[in-house]
Design a binder for this molecule. Sequence first.
Ligand code: PRP
Length: 206
Amino acid sequence: MLTIALPKGRIAKDTLDIFEKTFNQKFEFEDRKLILESKDFKFLLVRNQDVPEYVLHQAADLGVVGLDVLYEKEFDLMKLLDLKIGKCRVCVGMKNEDSLDPNSPTITVATKMVNITKKHFSQKAMAVKIIKLYGSIELAPLVGLSDAIVDLVETGDTMRQNGLKVTETIMHSSAHLIANKNSFIEKKQDILSLYQKINDIIKNKD
Ligand code: PRP
């Protein structure tokens, strides 16, 4: 039996679709239930940012999570497979009329991704003050809370509709299958067989 933590929302649904195609079997959470058990798998429904915690502490053997969350957490986990779903970019954004001044002493950046932001600006040798927010990041520059944001961009609609532009792409992200290192040793055969089957199904996607 493999326990797999899925992030609530579209990625959980898309992952279960991949499992349905792979195993020719229906996988669907009942109403508000957070655990879905079948003969071989136990799926857990958790918050996106919490997936790495469940896998790190081996409450789940495997998890599905965006690369952005994985890089933000910097946990010691195994990255097994790109599921090619949940594609997006982590970008720096500013108001249309603003631009990043590399000579300004400090810029203020609002984000939920504090570590990625710190690393990015330190590589550019720019001093930043980071304001940690939990959502609606695009609002911050509009009301003078920050000079810039670091946030996820999928279609670009949220930035566009709020008069913001992407000034830099920090990284591309998509959902990946990750594993706990001990689980990988203890359940190697099961995990490799699952990896192989899913890989066969998704390898033709771009
Ligand atoms: C994410 C992200 C952006 C938006 C980007 O927010 O933080 O705000 O989606 O998508 P788009 O480029 O297709 O417009 P989410 O919906 O997760 O809500 P949040 O603002 O509460 O984090």
